[in-house]
Design a protein around this ligand. Structure first.
Ligand SMILES: Cc1ncc(COP(=O)(O)O)c(C=O)c1O
Length: 425
């Protein structure tokens, strides 16, 4: 410690960012060449380096800003594996490396952001310039729309919303200045499946980039970069964390977008807090087993709901009755626990009675945790390119890790409350 002096490093003083590659080269040098691993193995091994942490299994949580250099010369030459807390610590690197491995061989780098929405806005802003145009799916997460309508507009970037099931027809909406086609598949309330390879082909033919909110599937069930997506975005708040106790966004770039993404994140000073990075990498270790259970239980609950007389239809891409089922089957390796149900028309009070009667389903928005959720929703005011007319009231479920028989029994008593309320109105 004696000779180490604190203070701002050179990049802090000059505002110039030094090369991250330099620090990564230093860090990766001692690593052994590794065989290609399956995702279940990567979830356990990626981003872990016990040799660097005195043998402890998990990475330490570094609460850090200043990094001290041994000598003045080292300081000026940036001779240090880590340079400044905001630029990365062993804790954030562990998560970054794990996500990069999961995103697959097309992934050239990952940015960690403080929320899923921050990852969406940072990814878009990293590649658009004033005077450009973006195409956004009409099924996008509502705050994504609000960001485009309120922030992009202010910066001179225009947005056109498009029918989520447009597929290769997106070519007809491309303008000479279209820079981004933003996708979310399936839509996280309405569950339209998008033909991502067809959209990517049409977008790339016109020189545009494809961004995808891939939160629903996670890289385990859809590795977006392999299907032509240029920036794959996740609200890690959901399944990566998996315990409803962390906010996280990740943006994974291919070689076409990585430099812009890194630069944008650095120059905006975006950074993920150490405890959230730690919890997120810990959540990833069990993502595979959790997700398989969400998939299996979600499908079992959806199938049982489909049998009920009160239900008009299910919006679940893994069910053959879903209009996007063929696309899901072609491209996705599984389904998460999030889907919606359309009820036959009943008064709103009956829907609320159903939801309020449920004991195992919380009424809350942020899904992906271990617990089940159910919320009422209505996309009418969220659509500008398409009309939302599902045919009855809609409820979105997140199926958690509880015993599926208990969930179905809880829904049964919810339907009894629905029938009582409907009879009274
Ligand atoms: C599909 C989707 N994308 C993005 C987000 C935003 O994530 P966060 O809440 O971490 O900002 C959400 C949150 O509900 C979501 O459902």
């Amino acid at each position: 410690m004696g000779k180490n002096k604190g203070g701002k490093n050179d990049s802090e003083k000059t505002g110039q960012e030094t090369s991250r590659e330099t620090s990564q080269e230093i860090q990766q040098a001692p690593r052994k060449a590794r065989q290609k691993r399956r995702p279940a193995t990567s979830l356990v091994t990626a981003g872990r380096d016990p040799d660097s942490y005195h043998g402890f299994v998990n990475p330490p949580v570094y609460h850090a800003s200043t990094v001290l250099y041994p000598t003045a010369e080292d300081f000026l030459a940036h001779r240090a594996r880590y340079q400044y807390g905001r630029r990365g610590t062993p804790t954030t690197e562990a998560l970054e490396q794990a996500v990069q491995e999961l995103e697959g061989p097309q992934c050239a780098g990952v940015a960690l952001l403080p929320s899923g929405l921050a990852a969406i806005s940072a990814a878009i802003l990293s590649v658009v310039r004033a005077g450009e145009h973006v195409l956004v799916t009409d099924s996008a997460y509502a705050p994504t729309r609000a960001f485009c309508d309120q922030i992009l507009t202010r910066l001179g970037v225009t947005t056109t919303y498009y029918d989520p099931v447009i597929g290769g027809g997106i070519a007809g909406l491309m303008q000479p200045n279209t820079r981004v086609v933003f996708t979310e598949s399936p839509g996280s309330l309405s569950f339209e499946m998008q033909d991502i390879p067809a959209i990517a082909e049409a977008a790339h033919a016109k020189g545009a980039l494809v961004l995808m909110d891939n939160t629903w599937a996670t890289p385990l069930y859809f590795r977006a970069l392999d299907f032509g997506v240029d920036l794959s975005i996740h609200a890690g708040t959901k399944y990566f964390g998996g315990h409803s106790d962390v906010m996280l966004g990740t943006a994974a770039a291919n070689s076409a977008t990585v430099a812009d993404l890194r630069n944008f994140v650095r120059l905006n000073g975006l950074h993920l807090a150490p405890d959230d990075a730690y919890l997120s990498q810990r959540g990833l270790r069990t993502l595979g087993v959790r997700l398989d259970r969400h998939y299996e239980s979600g499908l079992a609950v959806a199938r049982s709901l489909e049998q009920r007389l009160e239900v008009l239809r299910l919006l679940h891409p893994a069910m053959p009755s879903h209009p996007g089922h063929a696309l899901w089957k072609r491209d996705f390796g599984g389904a998460s626990g999030l889907f919606s149900m359309v009820l036959k028309p009943v008064p709103q009070a009956a829907v609320f009675a159903f939801l309020d009667a449920l004991e195992l389903f919380g009424i809350g928005a942020s899904w992906g945790g271990y617990e089940s959720l159910a919320i009422p929703f209505d996309c009418t005011s969220l659509r500008t390119a398409t009309r939302w007319a599902p045919g009855g009231p809609t409820v979105r479920f997140h199926i958690g890790l509880e015993a599926v028989e208990d969930l179905i029994a809880d829904l049964d008593q919810g339907f009894a409350a629905l029938a009582d309320a409907a009879a009274r109105t």
